[in-house]
Design a binder for this molecule. Structure first.
Ligand code: AMP
Length: 114
């Protein structure tokens, strides 16, 4: 999608700090980190949110979680713990409409979700 910021990051048109990449998935550091480790795991193909991803016949949704788990290990937060979040739509406060999973860790997160 031509005006999508994450599509531009995937294409290298906007700079990012990449931490993981494979054929279908890219992960990079959030520009406005909410925790010492704050990484966004995104499919390279544009899709708006988890609803769109869940409609696919392939296992991309599983691959995104597997990539997030591998990144958590690689970034040394697997032992101490971390949080995976995907915001969806207006009430979910999704601001970038290209599916992404936030990987947050590196400090004690609050018990509150909202
Ligand atoms: P959400 O509110 O769940 O849609 O999250 C979007 C996230 O994308 C926010 O945490 C932003 O800080 C992050 N973000 C927006 N633009 C960029 C960018 N150019 N590079 C890295 N992260 C970004």
């Amino acid at each position: 999608m031509s005006d999508c910021v994450f599509c531009k990051i995937v294409k290298g048109e906007i700079p990012s700090t990449r931490v993981y990449e494979d054929e279908e998935i890219l992960a990079f550091r959030d520009v406005n980190p909410q925790a010492p480790t704050h990484i966004l795991v995104v499919p390279k193909e544009h899709m708006a949110n988890v609803l769109a991803c869940a409609e696919r016949k392939d296992d991309l949704i599983g691959k995104l979680f597997k990539a997030a788990a591998a990144i958590a290990r690689e970034q040394d937060v697997a032992e101490t713990g971390f949080r995976l979040v995907t915001n969806c739509g207006e009430h979910g406060a999704q601001s970038v409409h290209h599916l992404h999973i936030h990987l947050l860790g590196g400090r004690q997160l609050t018990e509150r979700m909202v």
